[in-house]
Design a protein around this ligand. Structure first.
Ligand SMILES: Cc1ncc(COP(=O)(O)O)c(C=O)c1O
Length: 391
């Protein structure tokens, strides 16, 4: 990682991650020397096409899929939209009932709202206090007209890793299409589509040290999604638009690297995270949010008594050179309590104090020592200054 990034402690990796050296190196040739359009038949085009198909193979291999089950998209949001809208269109003659959870990212929740306005019925399962969804709860929600189940692999706000294998097995037993938003999980924990027995899975490159604005949708054969974006017929006619070749090459390199390194990075991150959590939990009136055991390796999240809004804490952390967030990149500046914590049973007031510290392999033990030094001081300071603008 470059010196410029190292000056500050970046601890908001669930929001986005810096591009890895390998991902950057994989991207660079496709901006200039090999800039061709993959649909062109001359050599520039064919070079780009080769990169595209090589990348498809690498993404497929990293998640245990077949090459022709991978479609490139503009990111997690598009993949989620595509999966949900397409299954709706594909199966509307069978039924119009969709099951999801109240803790999904807005890329799923807002899409489901759109579907609802079009006459689909949506059941949102509420998680338990750890952010978990039980297979039995899913089983109970299934109806004869259920056409899709969409449940995230890991939650972005509280880091809970959900039991996708068990939930997917329920869907399979009932012959219902199962989609998982694996945006926070891929590259951080093992994600293998066959082991999870999912039909559709969303990925986003910028969450695993790839570039922004590129992602993928896994769609299991023989499921045939209808075209989502129409035009020049790229991605086997299902997602038109000239492919983001540099981005795709960067995503493939980043995912390959991330998935390969999970056996080393996961225990390393767990150790850093536990050190951070142990110290933070010694502050009076602090609670861990999310599952204390089944959680993303680098993900720590808390709520604090006596803090009316985490924006104050985040601002002071920033002044101390530490980048952290409230738990959702989309609502970082809003005063709205994260919907995830509300769904988990936290009241509005405590939910507003949510703080997320999400680490990557570029964080060091010294970073944790510094956070452990600054955070207790900042919490004390904010609690004493309750009459501030947000306090
Ligand atoms: C769980 C989850 N799903 C989807 C998204 C959206 O992904 P993208 O930023 O690639 O559109 C995010 C990003 O914050 C996320 O955390």
């Amino acid at each position: 990682m470059s010196e410029k990034i190292r000056e500050r402690i970046y601890a908001d990796n669930a929001a986005t991650t810096p591009v890895s050296e390998k991902a950057l190196a994989a991207m660079l040739p496709y901006f200039r020397e090999r800039f061709g359009n993959p649909s062109a038949i001359y050599s520039y085009g064919q070079e780009a096409k080769k990169a595209l198909e090589h990348s498809r193979g690498a993404v497929a291999k990293a998640i245990g899929a077949l090459n022709n089950e991978i479609y490139f998209t503009s990111g997690g949001t598009e993949s989620d939209n595509w999966a949900i809208h397409s299954v709706g269109a594909l199966k509307s003659s069978k039924g119009k009932h969709i099951i999801s959870t109240a803790i999904e990212h807005n890329a799923v929740l807002r899409t489901l709202e759109t579907m609802q306005a079009q006459g689909y019925e949506i059941t949102l399962l509420n998680p338990d206090k750890n952010g978990q969804i039980a297979a039995e709860a899913l089983e109970r929600a299934i109806r004869h007209d259920t056409i899709l189940i969409s449940i995230m692999t890991a939650n972005n706000v509280v880091g809970t890793v959900l039991p996708i294998e068990a939930l997917g097995a329920v869907a399979r037993r009932h012959n219902i299409i199962f989609h998982t938003d694996a945006v926070q999980a891929a590259g951080h924990i093992p994600v293998t589509v066959r082991a999870l027995s999912v039909d559709l899975l969303s990925l986003s490159a910028h969450k695993f040290h790839g570039p922004k604005g590129v992602g993928a949708l896994f769609s299991k054969i023989p499921l045939t999604l209808p075209p989502y974006i129409t035009g020049g017929g790229q991605e086997k006619g299902r997602r038109s638009g000239t492919e983001n070749v540099p981005g795709i090459a960067g995503m493939a390199a980043a995912l390959e690297e991330g998935a390969e390194n999970v056996p080393h990075t996961a225990p390393y991150l767990r150790a850093l995270r536990d050190k951070l959590m142990d110290r933070t939990l010694k502050i009076p009136g602090v609670y861990v949010t999310g599952d204390p055991v089944n959680r993303l390796p680098g993900h720590a999240s808390f709520v604090f008594e006596g803090i009316r809004h985490s924006a104050h804490v985040i601002t002071l952390l920033n002044e101390a050179g530490i980048c952290a967030s409230s738990g959702s990149a989309c609502s970082a500046s809003s005063t709205e309590a994260p919907h995830v914590l509300r769904a988990m049973g936290y009241d509005e007031e405590i939910a507003r104090s949510a703080l997320r510290i999400s680490l990557s392999q570029y964080n060091t033990e010294q970073d944790i020592d510094r956070i452990n030094e600054e955070l207790p001081r900042i919490i004390r300071e904010v609690r004493h200054k309750k009459d501030g603008p947000l306090g």
